[in-house]
Ligand binder design. Structure first.
Ligand code: GTP
Ligand code: MN
Ligand code: MN
Length: 372
């Protein structure tokens, strides 16, 4: 099913919404595949290779004009302008797509047994590339049937991931998200009427669907947000399948390095929520038909709110690049908690995202423009 009937220019056209905009529907590739494959392999230089593909793909997605010929690739950073083997590789793939409408190399990846199995396995909540790779290479596993059949010991999270595999791999729609937002908002209000709840993640960037729903919870007075998460969860307890653990707290305190990773030290909950289908479909009223949905709740003190908002809106690549830029160009360490000078350690408080961009001498980018 090669997409020969599609104009190559459509494949590389700028996306209004990089994640599920109009051109994605027409194109064969999302732009994530080559990056994903490198991370799945996880061999030497995998991260650098993945980053090079991500940058190339982000450049194409953000380009304001249609790319129709090789000439158009010439001045693009990380593709034609950057002189490296990795940029050359990106250019080669882009050129293949321009002339054929698809890339043999990407097709081989997509149709390969390794990529297919890794995609299946990492789709299980609680399974990362490392475990998936072990299953594939050491245990010879290929399918979800293999996971069920081979008598492998799974953690509680992973067994929930298996149990709710289909639900958790079905995108959450905006109207479903809105429904959950209202419920969480109500619970917040009941706990304390001054609590605020703010949508972050893909939905804040304007996506119409997502793999989860991300919400920041805060209180106008610093410190008053503390301990509220358990109370909110308690209010909603009948709707939760799983309320997670505060995963990266100890992790980061031990490593003391949350400045360099995307991990942070907020009180949070990576949960699985029970979405009752009757909330949107009155025909189902009274029926116990529901769907498992990933919900992330992050509690943020007021003085760090702008930084948390910026840090949790994404995309992941945008966060990585703005932090790299801050560090290398401005000698500033940017995290989801704040920003400080690399040399003097001076902190820069900020009330809004705009102030953070300003401090970094960057033009403000609205969430919908952070899709690269
Ligand atoms: P979909 O959920 O697929 O719609 O995309 P998304 O962009 O919302 O992705 P995700 O929910 O994974 O993450 C949202 C943002 O939060 C991204 O910018 C991530 O970098 C960031 N993020 C995710 N997990 C963590 C975490 O543990 N700590 C921190 N600080 N940031 C995180
Ligand atoms: Mn999300
Ligand atoms: Mn999330």
């Amino acid at each position: 099913k090669k997409l020969m009937d599609i104009q190559p220019s459509q494949l590389l056209k700028r996306k209004v919404d990089a994640d599920d905009g109009p051109s994605t529907k027409k194109s064969r590739y999302s732009g994530d595949e080559a990056e994903e494959h490198a991370l799945f392999r996880g061999d030497a230089n995998a991260e650098a290779r993945a980053l090079a593909f991500r940058r190339g793909s982000a450049t194409l997605k953000a380009h304001p004009k249609e790319i129709v010929c090789e000439e158009d690739l010439k001045n693009l950073p990380y593709i034609g302008l950057t002189n490296s083997a990795k940029a050359g590789h990106c250019k080669m793939v882009a050129m293949e797509i321009l002339s054929e409408g698809f890339s043999d190399e990407v097709e081989d990846v997509l149709n390969g047994s390794f990529y297919k199995s890794m995609k299946l396995f990492t789709g299980i909540f609680g399974i990362g590339p490392q475990t998936a790779r072990k299953w594939y290479h050491d245990l010879g596993m290929r399918t979800l049937e293999d996971v069920k059949g081979k008598n492998i010991s799974l953690t509680y999270e992973q067994s929930l991931g298996m149990e709710h595999y289909d639900d958790l791999n079905t995108p959450i729609k905006l109207e479903e998200a809105e429904c959950i937002i209202k419920m969480v908002e109500k619970a917040c209000n009941e706990v304390c009427d001054e609590l605020t709840m703010t949508l972050v993640g893909g939905f804040r960037r304007g996506k119409s669907q997502g793999h989860d729903l991300d919400l920041l919870i805060s209180h106008p007075e610093d410190g008053k947000e503390k301990g509220k998460l358990v109370l909110i969860i308690e209010k909603l307890k009948e709707h939760f399948i799983y309320t997670g653990r505060k995963m990266d707290v100890s992790n980061n305190l031990n490593k003391g390095n949350f400045a360099s990773s995307t991990m942070d030290n907020f009180e949070k909950c990576f949960s699985i929520f029970k979405f009752n289908k009757s909330w949107l479909n009155s025909n189902l009223e009274g029926k116990a038909e529901w769907k498992a949905v990933r919900l992330d709740l992050i509690v943020v003190p007021s003085h760090q709110f702008a930084y948390a908002l910026l840090g949790w809106t994404g995309t992941k690549h945008f966060e990585r690049e703005i932090r790299r830029y801050a560090r290398t160009e401005m000698k500033i360490v940017l995290t989801s908690h704040g920003m400080h000078s690399l040399d003097t350690k001076q902190n820069f408080p900020a009330e809004t995202e705009e102030e953070i961009f300003q401090k970094l001498q960057l033009e403000y980018r609205a969430p919908s423009e952070r899709c690269c």
